[in-house]
Design a protein around this ligand. Structure first.
Ligand code: TUI
Length: 312
């Protein structure tokens, strides 16, 4: 059911990728998603190669299915992480937070499939030309670092412009989202926020609770003035940060204000003064479930819609 080119290229059963959430998506979550038939992804964020090696080992103990590693291009450890991905013979790499152009040749020559995350049509075209295997097209509904375009507008534009398969991201958490993405020309989806609420996710429980309690207007985007906009659940930290931005604080002062806020929320559970990165779809996520239940709920939900549409 719903077998697309994404399944063939990535060697997975269902065209569902788990978002690569920094400080949140480790080897245990990635393995659980892959074991369920999707593609689990270890999110490296700013972590170093030592941390990644440990998470790869954890994932390999749980599953012998394919899982991916995300290369965060803004990380100070990007080089060593890229080298470890090759050394460990990881078969799929997703990228985020920048242009992976300079790494494409190396990954391709080592048989690593490259699936960049893009937030614009221009970068999607460029990376398709450089030999990307598929493209994650991410709308600003997503949690974390975002672009300016919505999923609804960007996905069909990119799908029309490139020949490789498109994977839609941003605002997708259930079967309706999967069907909508397919209708827009995507051949798969990446789901982040709902997988934060997977049982196997090692994030602090207070973080999951914040997502479960969130309603429709729970998230805000901070950092537009810095050129690095980030979507997170509105809390004491975002209130303080947005006020500082409105008052015109310098880039350096804003950077200082944001320092250490991702692990403060995700690891320590400080969900008021830390940064709770989450997408707009948080309002639709209502409980903690096993990764397998999430994958199957998305697939079965989409299958029900497909059945309903028969009469149209
Ligand atoms: O990467 C993300 N979301 C993230 S990463 C993150 S953690 C982090 N840690 C340290 C420093 C910065 C962030 C939290 N959320 N999503 C994928 C994504 N990539 N969204 C937008 C982009 C993007 C932005 C600019 C992709 C390419 C790009 O290229 C600019 C250029 O060079 O053309």
């Amino acid at each position: 059911m719903f077998r697309t080119r994404v399944c063939d290229i990535l060697d997975i059963e269902y065209p569902i990728l788990q978002g690569a959430m920094a400080w949140i998506a480790g080897g245990k979550l990635a393995a659980a998603v892959s074991q369920a038939g999707g593609l689990g992804v270890i999110g490296t964020g700013n972590a170093d190669a030592g941390w990644l090696k440990q998470e790869i080992d954890i994932a390999r103990k749980i599953t012998d299915r394919v899982f991916a590693v995300n290369l965060m291009l803004a990380s100070p450890h990007v080089q060593e992480v890229a080298e470890l991905i090759v050394q460990e013979k990881i078969s799929v790499v997703t990228t985020g937070g920048g242009n992976p152009g300079i790494y494409m040749e190396k990954f391709k020559s080592e048989n690593v499939k490259v699936v960049p995350v893009v937030a614009s049509l221009a970068l999607a075209r460029r990376l398709a030309r450089l030999g990307a295997d598929a493209m994650i097209v991410e709308g600003m509904e997503s949690g974390g670092h975002v672009g300016e375009m919505s999923t609804m507008c960007l996905v069909p534009m990119v799908a029309d412009a490139i020949d490789i398969p498109v994977i839609a991201a941003g605002g997708i958490a259930d079967g309706r989202g999967l069907m909508a993405a397919l209708a827009l020309g995507a051949e798969g989806v990446q789901v982040g926020t709902r997988f934060v609420c997977a049982e196997e996710c090692g994030v602090h429980p207070a973080y999951q609770e914040k997502i479960i309690k969130a309603r429709d207007r729970a998230t805000v985007v901070c950092g537009i003035s810095t050129g690095h906009p980030v979507r997170a659940i509105h809390n004491k930290f975002t209130r303080q940060y947005l006020l500082a931005e409105a008052q015109g604080l310098s880039q350096g002062d804003l950077e200082q204000l944001g320092r250490g806020k991702y692990p403060a929320a995700a690891v320590e559970g400080d969900v008021e003064f830390g940064s709770v990165l989450a997408g707009q779809i948080s309002g639709l996520v209502g409980n903690i479930q096993k990764a397998e239940e999430i994958v199957m709920d998305i697939i079965q939900g989409a299958a029900r819609i497909k059945e309903q549409w028969r009469g149209f």
